[in-house]
Design a binder for this molecule. Structure first.
Ligand SMILES: Nc1ncnc2c1ncn2[C@@H]1O[C@H](COP(=O)(O)OP(=O)(O)O)[C@@H](O)[C@H]1O
Ligand SMILES: [Mg+2]
Length: 417
């Protein structure tokens, strides 16, 4: 069918034509906004899940909901080895601009953002050098910095002061501020702990400011290792693959907008191929649309398009990640895939394994078994494992266990490498 009218959107952070199966999270967030705006105690939301399940697009959608509610919003993406200070300063700067407070209150808020921003150590790195006041990075704020506020150099003190002042300003305007942090697991330990402390302080004082996070499945463990009270600060929402009806809706509704339909057995074949993982749904939807001669889309069209969809995933989803690993790390990944495959089967498969679909593998495998498979001592593999953790290719939700952050990665490795 006409590729120009192809509605599907495979790609990191690409807004899907239909955001399927996320009503629960959207409704819960509306309640958070309403309660926080009224000064009621409420836990903020943290979205967790594997890569490609739709955390970023959901986070963006929550941000839109906050904007519609009249809140000031800002967003940042955490990166390993990058300090929180500058990206957070930019995000809250944006939020203050969106709120547009007039006169003195606005100037004070911007001045505090500026003084917070200017305590950045040189180079923007973590712990490389002591903060230097001379390093006057200009965050693009015209009003003068408020000396003595949020500029001690201690990130925890500074964050509490920054967010308290901004929350107070938001309260005066009768609205709120929401700060969105994607890839939250990549924040450094000091920054995580400071962010939790600040969020804690803010929630206790009933100020209308929330921090909304998204990250890999082990993010709750990262947060609770940092501050034991983090479970009371955030409500964790696991974002997962779509169930059958949501996966169908993600395909059927955008097609209907363009006047096209799917035959029922085509939808069966699509779900078997994608497992309901949103990235796979979009990749298959796109390839099948381009290959199908007309509506309705049939199971034969799915079969014809399969190699193209898999090739697109091999490059765009799997390959781009695999390429980040060194030869030694790749060996480790392959060993993980082999251990996972050896554990699959009627007894090892996840209880929700798809009938007729790819068998689901256990989520996590023991590091000791990976080492045994490679015939190596576990300690000698720590550098490879740590590097893979840092590159975000694997995660450890529990001591002694590791898992791929990318769904179906084991199968990709066994088939392509
Ligand atoms: N609820 C959904 N319904 C349909 N497609 C979705 C949904 N959520 C995400 N997608 C699609 O999945 C892909 C991955 O989304 P993204 O937000 O980047 O995932 P993550 O941040 O979890 O890695 C994108 O192509 C997006 O359009
Ligand atoms: Mg993302």
């Amino acid at each position: 069918m006409d590729p120009i009218r192809n509605p599907y959107a495979p790609g990191a952070g690409q807004r899907p034509p239909e955001l399927a199966g996320r009503d629960e999270q959207l409704d819960a967030f509306d309640v958070v906004l309403e309660r926080v705006a009224r000064g009621r105690p409420e836990r903020s939301v943290v979205l967790t899940g594997l890569r490609g399940v739709g955390k970023t697009v959901l986070l963006n959608t929550l941000r839109s909901a906050a904007v519609r509610a009249g809140w000031g919003t800002g967003k940042l993406e955490a990166r390993p080895d990058q300090s929180l200070r500058r990206p957070l300063a930019s995000a809250v700067h944006q939020a203050v601009r969106e709120l547009g407070p007039s006169g003195g209150a606005g100037d004070h808020a911007l001045g505090v953002v500026r003084s917070f921003a200017q305590r950045e150590p040189e180079g923007g790195g973590r712990g490389r050098s002591a903060p230097r006041l001379k390093d006057r990075w200009n965050p693009g704020i015209q009003v003068p910095a408020v000396a003595g506020r949020a500029d001690s150099g201690d990130i925890e003190i500074d964050l509490v002061e920054l967010l308290t002042d901004l929350g107070g300003m938001a309260a005066d305007t009768g609205r709120g501020i929401a700060v969105f942090v994607d890839e939250m697991q990549d924040l450094g330990p000091d920054d995580v702990s400071a962010l939790c402390a600040a969020a804690h302080e803010i929630s206790q004082s009933g100020l209308p400011l929330v921090v909304v996070g998204a990250g890999l499945p082990h993010l709750p463990a990262v947060l609770s290792a940092s501050k034991s009270y983090s479970e009371r600060l955030f409500r964790y929402s696991r974002i997962d693959r779509l169930d059958r009806s949501a996966a169908d809706a993600a395909l059927v509704r955008p097609a209907a907008e363009e006047g096209a339909q799917y035959a029922p057995d085509a939808l069966d074949a699509m779900y078997a191929a994608t497992g309901g993982y949103p990235y796979f749904v979009q990749a298959y939807g796109k390839a099948v649309w381009d290959r199908a001669p007309g509506s309705p889309i049939t199971v034969a069209d799915v079969d014809v398009a399969r190699p193209e969809a898999e090739a697109e995933l091999a490059v765009g989803f799997f390959g781009s990640r695999y390429e980040r690993a060194t030869p030694g790390e790749r060996e480790y990944l392959r060993a993980m895939a082999e251990v996972a495959a050896a554990t699959t089967g009627p007894s090892g498969a996840a209880p929700d394994a798809l009938p007729g679909g790819p068998a689901d593998e256990p989520e996590a495998v023991p590091t000791a078994e990976v080492a045994a498979r490679l015939g190596r001592k576990p300690q000698s593999l720590s550098p490879a494992r740590d590097a893979l953790l840092k590159k975000g290719l694997i995660y450890s939700g529990e001591r002694g266990l590791i898992a791929f952050t990318v769904p179906h990665f084991g199968r990709y490795l066994r088939d392509h490498t």
